[in-house]
Structures are given as structure tokens and as C-alpha cells.
Design a protein around this ligand. Structure first.
Ligand code: NAD
Length: 478
């Protein structure tokens, strides 16, 4: 299998290293597997100048040509699925099978948005004689994008796809802890022939980079995926410059399990989904509100499935869950579980670190947790499912809506009236019924409340990367 890649910055169509590096750590062994270069002010100024020049070239490139180039780069990524997946598993810890799926999902984001690049239609507004109003959609300009460590490949793919399909240039600051996925994206576009400056990739000290880039007049959109706290901070900085933002922030997804559903199937699929990516997904099903008539059966089912989850290094065959991605997550999950138990919650399985090397944590189910426990208010972002009984659908919806987040939400029921009530009243950007998938290339994805604003994916996915220009034209009769 290929070694972990050498990490570089990619600015104005060229690779560069810097004098300062940060270590990249394998969370399964705690070994240092690579060094990521830290961009300084000169690198960032170069990236800004390149993005400004690249934008002029790319906005003038016909959408069909843009789409063909993006699809060509995605084909290279698909061809390198094994190599990219291996690097993701090394730096992030997730099982190889999940890393492989992530590479394909990232390629699909590019392919979908490439199609949308050719459909950014405007419209003609009827008016008086000899006057026409035409609405145009035009690329907003150079984008500063910040992608997180939980999906090293598909998270940067979302941002690069939206920007490039819309005709924008982009400076991507990918996560320093998991840099290889973004490196592979830049490599594929470089080889596919993307003009210099259209895509620039930097790493470094997150606060230094965001302050430098957002303060620049070159940047017209700040696109961020990560925690609500950081999103709020970046939005504040962007507002000082009247710069648009696209914010995909945290979630704490409720799952409403009604009394009429197939409880065993709902419990088994919930356990698998809650432990996917070791629970480090903004759409992870985390807060389960289960009708009291089926509560014990559901709790037993999800506990049994979690107990049998195979935990280990992601490169080992048969492993279903790897370590959490960093020591911060290990500590944070431990604290939240201890607090929940102190508040009267019951552990039905898990709850502890596994071993003392690598950031492994047991798949964990907590039952009967008070709404006052921290874990009911804060996103666990780890392998934890919290299961509570409710006496009615109305109570479940009320508790589902009781947190500041509103990203994904899920329901299990076969009753149309229950579905209708959830559709009307659950506060979420994405509601899935009898399935636990929330984020697809072809559907708009994003949050309400503190989960952010703007949408990625679907037709709506390019809206934030574009501005509306209305042209009113009085046509003289000659
Ligand atoms: P964090 O809040 O410090 O960082 C979150 C992300 O923001 C990281 O990628 C980090 O590099 C970036 N970041 C931090 N400060 C920044 C700044 N000033 N400018 C630009 N980028 C900055 O915490 P963390 O320990 O990395 O993650 C913890 C929490 O983040 C999790 O509990 C989860 O809620 C959230 N998170 C959400 C997602 C998501 O997909 N929505 C992904 C990763 C993390």
C-alpha cells in the first residue's frame, strides 16, 4: 500500500513547502505520520493575489468547459480511491470501508455540482413595452473556505465543488489534523488542467489564516464547516467587511421513534449510524426520543448492536469503528458521559476509553438522561447514543426542538399523520423518515437556528456562491 503523502501548499498552480511544519498524528497509534506546512503572511498574500487573478480567468470560462474539467478531476479521484482512502484512514482513523465510501461521495459532490454549473438559469420579468428586466446569476468572487477534520476528503470536496462549479476561485484552508484528502483534491485538479490560481490550498494556524483572508477585500464569501462557536466568530469577522457567509455548523440530531414502527430494525440501523465515523458527524443520530410503549425493546436492540460493534484500527479487516480523531474528542466524550451519569443517566453499554494507546472509545449508550445534563445540550461528536422515553409524539417534538441546533432530524413511523406533524413542526434543515441519511449530492443540506445558514448540494448548493444581477433595459425604437 502507498505511503502517507508528502504534504504541501498549492498556490497559483504550484506546490510549495514552508519553513514551519505541524505534525500529523495517526489516532490509532499516536505515531507521527507526516508534517503539514504552515502558511505565513507571504503565502497567504500570494494565495489572495492568485485567487483574484484566477477568478478573472475562471468566470470567463464557459460553464460547459468548467463542468468538463471538474468531471475530469473527479474521474482521477475515483481512479485513486484506494490510495486516497488509505491516507484518510491513517490520518483520521475511520475504517477503510468508510474511507472508500467517502472518496466516492466526494467525487459525487463534484459530479453533481458540475452538472449544476450548466443550469444556473436566470429569468425574464415581463414589463411594459420596449422594456425588459433580466435576472442573471453570476459568480460571487474568490471564496475563503475552511473545512474540518471529520471528513478529510468529502468536506473539502463540498466547498471546492460549489465554488468551482459556480465560476468562483477558492482558497481552501483544510484541517491540519487531516490534510491528505484536500491534498488529493488539489492534485487531481492540477493534473486535470485547472488554470493557476483558481484553486489554492493552504494549511497553518486556523485563527491566523482566517483573520488574514477574511480581512482582505479580495474575498467575497466565507464558507465554513465546523463548530457553532467558530462559525459565529468567523461570521462576525466577515460582517465587518460585509462579506457573505455560508455556515454549516454543529447539530445534535433528534430521532423520534413512534410506537407503530418496526422497532428491531430501527434500533439496529440507529446503532450502526450512531457509531459511523465514531459518531463524529454533524448529522449523527444522537438524541433518541422513543415512545414508552416500545422504549425497552428499542433500548435493548440498540444496546445489543452497539455491544457487538467491532472496534479497532481502521486498516484492520472487519473493523466497524475506529478511534476518535484526536485526543480532544476523547477527553470531551469522557467528560460528557461522566456528567450524564452524575445527572442520573444510566450506561447500558460502553462509557470508557479502550486501552491507553490510540484514541479508542467504547460504543456507548446512555439511557434516561435528564435534559439538564450537558450531553443533552451539547453535541457529543463521539460514539454515544442517548435514549429517552416519551409519552407522545408531541412531547418528542417539543424535546427535539429544545436545543439551539437544527441540522438533521429523523423519525421512524409508518403513520402519515405522524409524518405530517413532524414535517410541520420539527426544527431542522433536513428531516429523514425511516432512513438515517441526511446529506446527499442531489439534495440541499444545511441548518436552521445555531446550525448555520446556506445550503450545500442540490440546485440550491450553488446559490451562495453566486450573486443576482438584475438588468433593466429600455430598448429605443429606431
Ligand atoms: P474547534 O471548534 O476548535 O474547531 C472546529 C473547526 O474549526 C476545526 O476544523 C478548526 O480547524 C477550525 N477552526 C477553529 N478555529 C478557527 C478559526 N479561528 N478560524 C478558522 N478555522 C478555525 O474544535 P474541534 O475540537 O476541532 O472540534 C470540536 C467541535 O467542532 C465538535 O464538537 C463539533 O461540534 C464541531 N465540528 C463540527 C463539524 C461539522 O461537520 N459540522 C466538523 C468538525 C467539528
Amino acid at each position: 500500500m502507498t505511503a502517507y503523502p508528502e504534504l504541501q501548499l498549492y498556490i497559483d498552480g504550484a506546490w510549495r513547502t514552508t519553513a514551519t511544519d505541524l505534525p500529523v498524528i495517526d489516532p490509532a497509534t499516536e505515531d507521527v505520520i507526516g508534517q503539514v506546512p504552515v502558511a505565513g503572511p507571504t503565502d497567504l498574500d500570494d494565495a489572495l493575489a492568485a485567487a483574484a487573478a484566477g477568478f478573472e480567468v475562471w468566470r470567463a470560462t464557459p460553464p460547459r468547459e468548467r463542468a468538463a474539467l471538474i468531471v475530469g478531476a473527479a474521474a482521477l479521484m475515483r481512479a485513486r480511491q484506494e490510495e486516497i482512502a488509505h491516507a484518510i484512514t491513517l490520518e483520521h482513523g475511520k475504517p477503510l470501508v468508510e474511507a472508500r465510501a467517502e472518496v466516492i461521495r466526494g467525487a459525487e459532490f463534484f459530479e453533481w455540482d458540475a452538472g449544476e454549473a450548466m443550469r444556473t438559469y436566470g429569468r425574464v420579468i415581463p414589463s411594459g413595452p420596449n422594456v425588459k428586466h433580466v435576472v442573471h446569476h453570476q459568480p460571487i468572487g474568490p471564496v475563503a473556505a475552511f473545512s474540518p477534520w471529520n471528513f478529510p476528503f468529502s468536506q473539502p470536496a463540498r466547498k471546492v465543488a460549489g465554488a468551482l462549479a459556480s465560476g468562483c476561485s477558492i482558497i481552501l484552508k483544510a484541517a491540519e489534523e487531516t490534510p491528505a484528502g484536500a491534498m488529493h483534491i488539489a492534485r487531481a485538479f492540477h493534473e486535470a488542467g485547472l488554470p493557476p490560481g483558481v484553486l489554492n490550498l493552504v494549511f497553518g494556524v486556523p485563527a491566523d489564516i482566517s483573520e488574514h483572508l477574511i480581512a482582505s477585500d479580495v474575498i467575497r464569501l466565507v464558507a465554513f464547516t465546523g463548530s457553532t462557536a467558530v462559525g459565529r466568530h468567523l461570521t462576525g469577522m466577515a460582517s465587518d467587511h460585509m462579506t457573505s457567509v455560508l455556515m454549516e455548523l454543529g447539530g445534535h440530531a433528534p430521532v423520534i421513534v413512534c410506537e407503530d414502527t418496526d422497532v428491531e430494525a430501527a434500533a439496529a440501523s440507529s446503532a450502526i449510524r450512531a457509531m459511523r465515523n465514531a459518531g463524529q458527524v454533524c448529522t449523527s443520530p444522537t438524541r433518541f426520543f422513543v415512545h414508552e410503549a416500545v422504549y425497552e425493546q428499542f433500548l435493548d436492540g440498540i444496546t445489543r448492536r452497539c455491544e457487538t460493534t467491532v472496534v479497532g484500527p481502521g486498516l484492520e479487516p472487519g473493523v466497524e469503528m475506529g478511534p476518535v480523531a484526536n485526543d480532544r474528542r476523547l477527553a470531551a466524550v469522557g467528560e460528557l458521559v461522566a456528567d450524564a451519569c452524575a445527572a442520573g443517566g444510566t450506561l447500558t453499554t460502553g462509557g470508557h476509553r479502550i486501552g491507553d494507546t490510540g484514541y479508542f472509545h467504547e460504543p456507548t449508550v446512555l439511557a434516561d438522561v435528564s435534559d439538564h445534563a450537558r450531553i443533552m445540550q451539547e453535541e457529543p461528536f463521539g460514539p454515544v447514543a442517548i435514549v429517552n422515553p416519551v409519552d407522545s409524539l408531541d412531547t418528542a417534538i417539543e424535546r427535539a426542538n429544545s436545543v439551539p441546533f437544527g441540522l438533521a432530524a429523523y423519525g421512524f413511523t409508518n403513520r402519515a399523520d405522524y409524518v405530517d406533524r413532524m414535517v410541520d413542526r420539527v426544527e431542522a434543515g433536513n428531516l429523514s423518515i425511516n432512513m438515517l441519511e441526511a446529506s446527499l449530492p442531489e439534495t440541499p443540506f444545511g441548518g436552521v437556528k445555531s446550525s448555520g445558514y446556506g445550503r450545500e448540494g442540490g440546485t440550491e448548493g450553488l446559490h451562495h456562491y453566486m450573486v443576482v444581477k438584475t438588468v433593466s433595459h429600455s430598448i429605443p425604437i429606431i
